[in-house]
Ligand binder design. Structure first.
Ligand code: NAG
Ligand code: NAG
Ligand code: NAG
Ligand code: NAG
Ligand code: NAG
Ligand code: NAG
Ligand code: NAG
Ligand code: NAG
Length: 315
């Protein structure tokens, strides 16, 4: 993956209206590494800061590859994306299961009104997860791992290869004013997928996608979802649960004032016919002020989501 810099994908940020010269700030010249393992925070922030100081039009260029932005950081970080960030088209050029990955940061703000375009159409054709249970996941567009006190706001995500946004082991996070979009028939394009996290608020989010609008996995506590529009999509779902030995209990979920329009499901709880040696408890869900129009299955509790022979109800 080291020398995969030839193909430049675009992205553009911080446009200032003046006569001054146009300049490209390539994160690679700031010593960013696209191997998916290196922490690139410093390079991205330096490129960002220089581009913002530049008095002409500027582009921050993030070439082919996978980028990790890792903490801990000594103070809070504000990551502003004002332009359009395009991902490499070929999923083979990603070193990990994420495109942009924030890790181990306390006090993180990500926003700026910009857009992520993962250009997923080519990758969707390679998705064989319905046939191959060991398929390699395609990259999530923006993934948050071990983030505490996060505020993710005012962003657009288009045509993710797999999930648009993912949260894992996060605590005290708000996601708000997000626009998420992919075709209704794009495979596995979950809007927001969260697992093993506590204190998550999702408000004023508009999701039109090919799979679950919001997918809540095991180990979640204290989640509030408000003013979410879902459709097309597969609904706001808990699960699937009961598949993996490391699953943890899930509790205290509120889904309030949400609209489902043109979805296959509304609200759903799905679990496997358990083959696990332990019990995973899912409890205390409140659904309030829910509007559904043109929804195939409004309320679904499916405890046979996948059969023992591995066939799943993929709606
Ligand atoms: C990205 O780099 C890889 C190899 O480093 C190459 O095979 C691939 O074609 C490149 N993808 C794009 C979209 O440039
Ligand atoms: C990139 O790394 C080289 C070699 O370590 C160093 O000389 C150079 O100053 C670094 N560039 C930036 C922008 O940090
Ligand atoms: C944080 O601050 C300490 C002490 O001021 C310094 O040694 C360390 O390099 C800093 N860490 C980062 C990631 O900048
Ligand atoms: C939760 O995170 C927000 C930042 O998004 C922060 O302002 C607030 O103080 C945090 N709450 C706690 C209890 O730490
Ligand atoms: C989420 O919203 C609830 C109720 O409005 C509030 O009590 C809680 O502090 C919020 N959590 C975050 C992470 O903002
Ligand atoms: C409910 O959601 C709609 C649209 O998403 C929003 O305009 C409205 O303010 C929300 N109502 C309340 C009481 O939060
Ligand atoms: C659902 O979508 C249809 C078609 O786009 C639109 O006419 C209708 O107003 C929407 N209903 C709600 C409740 O959003
Ligand atoms: C469940 O427990 C039994 C007896 O302790 C053990 O033989 C079996 O391998 C376990 N199954 C799994 C999936 O861990």
């Amino acid at each position: 993956m080291g020398e995969n810099v030839l193909f430049l994908l675009i992205l553009l940020v911080c446009i200032v209206e003046t006569e001054a010269q146009y300049k490209i700030f390539n994160v690679i010249t700031y010593n960013a590494s696209s191997n998916g393992n290196t922490d690139n925070s410093e390079a991205f922030l330096k490129a960002w800061s220089d581009a913002c100081k530049w008095k002409g039009k500027s582009t921050i260029l993030i070439p082919n590859g996978t980028y990790t932005l890792r903490g801990p950081c000594n103070s809070s970080i504000n990551f502003r994306l004002e332009g359009l960030l395009k991902a490499p088209i070929d999923p083979k050029s990603f070193a990990s299961d994420n495109w942009i990955n924030f890790k181990y940061v306390n006090k993180l703000m990500v926003g700026g009104g910009g857009s992520l375009d993962a250009q997923g159409a080519y990758a969707w054709k390679m998705n064989d997860c319905q046939k191959n249970p060991n398929c390699r996941p395609l990259p999530t567009s923006m993934k948050f791992d071990y983030i505490t006190n996060g505020y993710i706001h005012h962003m657009h995500s288009f045509n993710s290869k797999q999930s648009h946004f993912g949260l894992y082991r996060c605590n005290n996070m708000t996601l708000t004013k997000l626009q998420i979009k992919a075709p209704g028939d794009s495979p596995n394009t979950d809007g927001i997928k969260i697992g093993k996290s506590t204190g998550i608020n999702i408000t004023s989010v508009n999701i039109r996608t090919g799979n679950d609008c919001i997918s809540m996995l095991s180990g979640l506590k204290n989640v509030q979802i408000m003013d979410v529009y879902c459709g097309p999509g597969h609904g706001i779902n808990i699960g699937s649960l009961g598949k993996y030995e490391d699953e943890e209990d899930l509790a205290d979920i509120i889904v309030k004032n949400c609209t489902f329009n043109g979805t296959s499901n509304g609200v759903r709880i799905k679990s496997y016919e358990s083959q696990l040696n332990k019990t995973v408890v899912a409890s205390n869900f409140i659904y309030e002020d829910i509007v559904m129009e043109n929804v195939e299955y409004h309320i679904v509790i499916d405890q046979h989501y996948c059969s023992n022979s591995g066939e799943c109800n993929l709606l």
